[in-house]
Design a binder for this molecule. Structure first.
Ligand SMILES: [Ca+2]
Length: 512
């Protein structure tokens, strides 16, 4: 009773929770508790705490040696100092992802543009060692002005190959040879276009907007209610929001004006106080949880999948090829992997006292937890795959000739004495078929009827008038004499009978 109530609660919970948050739920059916499986994905979250940051080139971070810098607002008040050896004056990369306490602004800062006109270049590589899906706007907060030229790249393969994601410049044509566009200008047909935007690079004063965005939200919103169908059907759309690494290439700092003031290069540098990457673990719709394992994010995989991204079938579940889950049909999608029943059942039941999931009502004469065995009385047809409907062939053991209706793995039945053949429907030499194999009394080969007798249905010799015995080997010796000839042939028959293991009856006859 309590169990049933719990099931109802779980089921209700499954229905009321958001889309794709639940991978499965136990439901009550006539067959008992059965798992219903759904496509599922982890919730979007801030991924800052799992993010690793690397900055390049070496020596780009300020403070080693200590350095003075000015600000664009107050270019001649150059009292600020960056000193890597002093915690209060150091600006290391981890300050781009720290939790700022008590309103204290902390930021990573580069060296100044002392080497002008050599460009001031800095790369920031963000890595998670895990495939993620961008679920909101990527935001980078710049202090002391936003760069006038910057590129955002992404990698899907842990940094082996990189692709441009978006370009940012105060003049896109000049910096990248592209016409400027805004994310708001995109339409569903070009939602994955790589654009150059001028929205985040203009000088708005030091107190103005500090944020540079990659507007994933606007791109996703282009599809409205049809988003999940689009994610399913539009090639490359899911991949567009997927990444393992992101890279910011800072190409030219904020200038605070239209040109570089060569007499005051200490006011040009980059400083970033925060990077937010709202994303979800990519689990291929086979997991709703993502956990840290040895410091790296891993999906908690359902639907008999495994791997960091649930990108493989579990051991023993490889008869069907792996597939990602599907967003369709909404609201629960298709998990695309049931418990593995090799196509002989599409229902699975959870047996709670054994803690196993087992296929229910295996069809096509199969049985077993995964419908991987043949029912009694059937054997495995090795010439077809396990998921073939004709995988189990009936043994067809002859009811009379075999001990029972089961056969071995090659289809051979267990025969009663004297029976032979795969189905036990034939007799060994010395036996004849009569509701099974019966021992011959006489035949045309070894137990030939003697003295002109004829064998009747292998059961008895019909002897001529003057002979008797099982094989008509004895003369009828009336009066007890003149039986010499017959006795000699009786002796021969006797030795033959002993040879064949016959006994008893032949010993009777005439005494000499
Ligand atoms: Ca910070």
């Amino acid at each position: 009773m309590l169990h049933a109530a719990l099931l109802m609660v779980l089921h209700a919970l499954a229905r009321t929770r958001g889309q794709y948050e639940l991978c499965k739920s136990l439901v009550s059916t006539d067959d008992g508790a059965v798992w219903e499986q759904y496509a599922c994905q982890p919730k979007a979250q801030s991924t800052k705490e799992y993010m690793r940051i690397r900055v390049e080139p070496p020596g780009i971070t300020c403070g080693n040696p200590p350095e003075r810098f000015c600000t664009l607002e107050n270019p001649y008040l150059c009292s600020d100092e960056c000193d890597a050896s002093n915690p209060d004056l150091a600006h290391p990369p981890q300050l781009m992802k720290d939790r700022e306490r008590g309103g204290l602004l902390t930021y990573w800062q580069t060296v100044t543009w002392r080497r002008y006109p050599e460009p001031l270049l800095a790369n920031i590589t963000l890595s998670w060692n895990k495939s993620l899906e961008l679920a909101g706007d990527l935001q980078v907060v710049f202090e002391y002005g936003r760069p006038t030229a910057m590129a955002l790249d992404k990698s899907l393969d842990h940094g082996r190959t990189w692709h441009p994601y978006q370009f940012y410049a105060d003049d896109c044509a000049e910096a990248f040879g592209m016409s400027p566009r805004r994310a708001a200008d995109l339409v569903p047909g070009n939602a994955t276009r790589v654009i150059c935007t001028e929205e985040y690079s203009r000088w708005v004063g030091a107190k103005g907007d500090k944020v540079v965005r990659f507007e994933a939200r606007k791109r996703l919103a282009l599809f409205g209610e049809g988003l999940y169908a689009r994610l399913e059907n539009t090639k490359g759309l899911r991949d567009f929001f997927t990444f393992t690494n992101l890279r910011l290439r800072l190409l030219r700092p904020a200038l605070g004006g239209t040109y570089v003031q060569r007499d005051n290069l200490l006011k040009y540098f980059y400083a970033i106080s925060n990077i937010e990457v709202p994303a979800r673990c990519k689990c291929n719709l086979h997991g709703s949880q993502c956990v840290l394992v040895n410091g790296t994010l891993h999906c908690v995989c359902e639907h008999n999948t495994t791997g960091q991204d649930c990108q493989r079938c579990k051991r023993g579940f490889r008869a069907k090829s792996w597939k990602p889950g599907s967003y369709l049909p909404t609201p629960h999608g298709l998990p695309n992997t049931y418990c593995e029943c090799y196509g002989h059942s599409n229902r699975c039941s959870y047996i709670d006292y054994l803690n196993i999931i087992t296929c229910v009502s295996c069809k096509h004469n199969t049985r077993g937890q995964n419908c991987q065995h043949c029912r009694w009385g059937f054997y495995r047809n090795v010439s077809v795959e396990l998921d073939d409907e004709s995988v189990c062939v009936e043994c067809g053991c002859h009811q009379m000739g075999s001990l029972h209706d089961r056969c071995n793995s090659t289809g051979f039945c267990q025969c009663k004495k004297g029976a032979a053949g795969a189905k036990c429907d034939e007799c060994l030499p010395g036996y004849h078929w009569r509701q099974g194999c019966q021992l011959n009394v006489c035949d045309e080969e070894l137990l030939v009827c003697q003295n002109g007798g004829t064998c009747e249905q292998n059961q008895r010799c019909l002897c001529p008038a003057h002979f008797q015995g099982v094989l008509c080997q004895h003369a009828r010796c009336e009066g007890g004499s003149m039986c010499d000839h017959a006795s000699a042939s009786a002796a021969a028959a006797l030795s033959l009978a002993l040879l064949l293991g016959l006994s008893g009856a032949l010993l009777l006859g005439c005494a000499p």
